[in-house]
Design a binder for this molecule. Structure first.
Ligand SMILES: Cc1cc2nc3c(=O)[nH]c(=O)nc-3n(C[C@H](O)[C@H](O)[C@H](O)COP(=O)(O)OP(=O)(O)OC[C@H]3O[C@@H](n4cnc5c(N)ncnc54)[C@H](O)[C@@H]3O)c2cc1C
Length: 475
């Protein structure tokens, strides 16, 4: 696997503006215009259906797939992942996460960073999370009448003054237990500081969180907790941890590109395909790691099928709850999925050597650290999704590695309600990323190849504008 080149300065991210800088309106306008032009160029092209896309020639001819064959270290190929994702998994997951059981996530949002002082670097309203009033929860989640007016019944983004009652009714957790997850920092049992968030009202997208603060988080994760050694020096297990984090990172970048603030002055949101290219597509390894993480989490979900099938999905709304149960079953036992990709990832190959138990403890500690670092993310919405997705990964790790001698889940195996919510939402996020990369990947790459600096110069001269430079900005 090739080493990644040093990161280039990202013009697309620059168009969104750096943290704490005054926006340079004309530069932002040109940037937004170019992004919008590219988005139109790409979206006006016709995209073949999965089957013809998969059939592209294997000789570098137009239409050939860039990613073919087995996803590295997994047991399923790219073509199958794309087809199954689009036809089966993505539609089920999209419906599932919109249902009451899966849309409320319990999270401690205001946390002290255990490693360095908080340096909130978020500049957008979209960075902050809408915490939902207690009376928006499903019936069994409710505490007795709270006296809030009907206006407060809906969670409204951008209303930081909205009263949030954080009292929780422990009956909510009926049938669900509070158990420790050895893979994550112990966040779940401390109910007093938890709040419920409606994930549907807080989509993961561009927030403007960037610069030193974000960089420090990723640096600390990669350098201290899952370094990428040269392949030959890296054992399977450490390689898997690196790939999981890198795959998650790719997915976060894809979501930023998918839902980006193209023009702040008109509040225009849309796809930022140059950003997708610069942060993900340009590095094949990042795409590969995204597919790896998706298959890893999918394997965890299917491995826990018996447990998840029998879990209680009670929110006090029988119709919605029945739908939840039915969709969970469709997800777990879909025959197309089971026959096309019966074992997405083979976890039995890990921890086999003499040093297996020792290694497991070491990697568990590193992952717990990564989970604790999420408290240092300086943007509330990024922290919410960072915490949810790291908990989802921790849950996948717990499922895959809580096994008896026969590699079945051991008898005492239990999941918390929040772990199940995190796991399914994470799978949905990854599924969305895989879908977007599959749909837009090759055309974006093709256009980016053709797009040279001359395009920029042409567009800039038409508008009688020059590309951004510090000098012109100051003058
Ligand atoms: C937990 C977390 C959640 C976030 N959520 C959001 C969000 O919801 N919305 C938002 O707008 N911003 C979010 N951010 C910020 C976002 O991830 C970027 O850090 C930010 O946009 C700046 O991007 P960048 O181009 O500097 O590179 P970054 O994405 O910060 O990457 C830093 C460095 O890591 C390496 N790298 C990048 N991608 C990969 C990969 N896939 N695998 C391996 N190495 C890689 C590269 O060397 C790169 O230079 C989040 C950050 C964190 C830490």
């Amino acid at each position: 696997m090739s080493e990644e080149p040093a990161p280039a300065a990202n013009s697309a991210a620059g168009a969104g503006g750096a943290v704490r800088r005054r926006p340079r309106r004309w530069a932002a306008a040109v940037g937004a215009l170019l992004v919008a032009l590219l988005a139109v160029a790409v979206s006006s092209r016709s995209f073949p259906a999965i089957s013809s896309y998969s059939r592209g020639g294997g000789c570098g001819c137009p239409g050939a797939r860039k990613y073919t064959g087995m996803v590295e270290d997994c047991c399923c190929d790219y073509e199958t992942v794309d087809a199954i994702n689009e036809e089966v998994l993505n539609p089920i997951l999209q419906d599932l996460v919109a249902l009451p059981f899966f849309r409320y996530f319990k999270v401690k949002l205001w946390c002290d960073c255990p490693f360095w002082p908080d340096d909130g670097m978020c500049r957008l309203r979209d960075c902050s999370v809408c915490e939902c009033p207690d009376n928006e929860f499903p019936e069994p989640f409710k505490k007795p009448y709270s006296g809030l007016s009907p206006e407060n019944m809906k969670c409204q983004e951008g209303k930081p003054e909205a009263t949030v009652d954080r009292t929780l009714d422990t009956k909510v957790f009926k049938g669900w237990v509070e158990t420790d997850n050895p893979w994550t920092a112990d966040d779940e049992t401390d109910n007093g500081e938890m709040t419920y968030v409606n994930l549907q009202l807080n989509p993961e997208r561009y927030t403007g969180y960037t610069g030193d603060s974000a960089r420090r988080i990723w640096d600390s994760i990669y350098k201290e907790n899952c370094p990428k050694y040269p392949s030959e020096d890296m054992c399977q297990e450490k390689k898997a941890l690196y790939k999981l984090i890198s795959g998650l990172h790719s997915s976060i970048s894809v979501h930023i590109a998918y839902d980006y603030l193209l023009d702040e002055s008109t509040n225009l949101w849309g796809h930022n395909l140059p950003l997708l290219h610069d942060r993900v597509l340009k590095y094949p390894e990042r795409v590969q790691n995204l597919y790896f993480t998706y298959l890893f989490v999918l394997r965890a979900v299917t491995k826990a099928a018996d447990y998840l099938e029998q879990a209680e999905y009670n929110t006090g709304n029988p119709e919605e709850d029945l739908k939840t149960q039915s969709l969970v079953k469709q997800l777990l036992y879909n025959h197309k999925l089971r026959s096309a990709c019966p074992l997405p990832f083979d976890e039995a190959k890990l921890w086999q050597g003499e040093k297996g138990p020792e290694l497991k403890q070491e990697i568990q500690k590193q992952f717990r650290n990564i989970s604790a670092i999420m408290d240092c993310v300086g943007c509330e919405k990024c922290r919410l999704w960072g915490k949810l997705q790291v908990l989802g990964l921790g849950t996948a790790l717990k499922i895959l590695f809580s096994v008896d001698g026969e590699n079945h889940l051991n008898q005492q195996f239990q999941l918390q309600r929040n772990e199940v919510i995190a796991l399914v939402n994470l799978l949905n996020r990854l599924s969305e990323s895989v879908k977007f990369v599959h749909e837009k990947g090759s055309s974006t790459e093709e256009i980016m190849k053709q797009q040279s600096s001359s395009t920029w110069q042409k567009s800039a001269s038409k508008l009688n504008l020059k590309p951004y430079s510090a000098k012109t900005a100051e003058s």
